[in-house]
Write a protein that binds this ligand. Sequence first.
Ligand code: MCA
Ligand code: AMP
Length: 506
Amino acid sequence: MNENLYAQFDMRFPADASACFLSCSDGRTLTFDGLRARTAQVANLLRRLGAQPGDRIAAQVEKSLDAVTLYLGCLRAGCVFLPLNPAYQMGELAHLLGDARPTVLVTAPQRAAMCKTLAAETAIAQVVEMADDGSGEFRDRVARESTNCLTAERSGGDLAAILYTSGTTGRAKGAMLTHRNLAVGTRVLHTQWGFRPGDVLLHILPIYHFHGLFVALHSALYNGNTVLFETRFDAAQAIGLLAHSTVVMGVPTHYARMLAEPALDAAACQGMRLFISGSAPLLPSVFRAFQERTTHTILERYGMTEGGMFVSNPYDGERRCGTVGKPLPGIALRVADAQDRPMPPLGIGNIQVKGESVFAGYWRLPEKTAEDHTVDGYFRTGDLGMLSEDGYLTIVGRDKDLIISGGLNVYPKEIEDVIDGLPGVRESAVVGVPHPDFGESVTAVVVLDHHASPPSAEQVALHVRNRLAAFKVPRQVYFAEELPRNAMGKVQKLALRQQYGAAQSA
Ligand code: MCA
Ligand code: AMP
């Protein structure tokens, strides 16, 4: 059997393939028949561009119907999809492209010149342009290809995608995901979250991350249902679409923003059967307010780019506030001590997971892969958790220096390295402090040296903005005489979070 993930979806498309698959907020639609034809054309184009099975196809494109067909066409060609956040700047891209060495890079016209320079430096053979609405060179070239193609034979262990995820060292690393990893994860969620005929998924997430690209889209593809595809998130617009939807997946910021709209009430959610939240902690206040306003109980789940969903509150059964539920079928999970020994219930330790959906390791980083796995094969998530007596997991913190802002991960080291490169800066520390909209917001504490013209807070922020994606730019910059350090000389980030979190809420 062909274990190509696309082939597994295709088998499950509705018998009447003239049914709508994507209904995009820009007015365009795509049936399942159309999806088959378009993804064949994309696969044929990729082959024409020289891509062989196993080659990487990088895409730094906006959310659009064409971007979805690019992903699925890439699978059909047997290639490995490499989605990139459109907010990434040249320095960030240079590292990712240099590491992944894709054969084809699909990018927006406004970034084409920069990408062609990078392509020349990193030996990328082909750069193709796709405009923000999906139009332009890519669509034109795809249209000239045949609508028939054979989906490439893949085994379960072959790579389907590489998703880059930043790290505590400040350098992003590529999580390798196989066709089997993604298929297993999809099947489990299909059953656990009760997908059924007639479901309509309201899709409000970006599609360069696991959450929007895989958890959300795969659920719909495997279930053969319609997706209402919002290219940008607008809370009022999303609430209007709930009447035509049955399932929504979002990050806590989506729920907080919907709650800020008076139109959100039980009547607006009448046809809905499931609201799912993840990627960042859902505040109990948001969980409860949503329940009161809509009568719906948000289902919170927990996962990571390195394998998708590990733990979920139940579809039938108690969705316990402040917890992420129980390990999903097929996931062995333990809360472990420093020696990787399982701890008894209520003990706080590192969350470790093992299972067929858990990733195949970091691209070209065997040592890092080994370091992040225990001798008995568990992956160390870097999250701290506690299991209740009856098996519900609470995420109590992180053992990694990570900020999650609006569901997007920001690694302080990457920003500190950039700030420290600014003349007049002796050192800096970046922390996340509580934020009503984004959950946490990026805050920099800067120590100046005795430079003749020290930078202002605005100059520090601008320096970062010119080099890194906008969501990584510190929203607040404070100056300090020195950074608090422990006896080992390590910066005490907790003290900074407390001090500057209090300063902002004052
Ligand atoms: C946008 N901005 C942000 C963020 N998003 N700043 C900080 N944190 C953010 N998350 C900035 C932009 O750079 C811009 O700044 C300004 O806000 C407005 O940009 P806009 O695009 O209009 O933002 P938005 O539409 O309001 O976006 C907020 C958002 C978005 C909808 C919450 O961030 C989002 O879609 N987050 C979800 C991310 C996600 O899918 N995470 C899953 C990864 P300026 O004006 O200064 O230029 S985790 C995962 O995949 C695992 C498996 C899991 O568990 O799910
Ligand atoms: P990423 O590396 O972008 O996939 O983000 C994964 C990280 O998001 C996890 O390691 C957790 O720290 C965090 N995360 C995901 N879901 C939740 C959740 N429901 N509650 C708290 N943190 C979460």
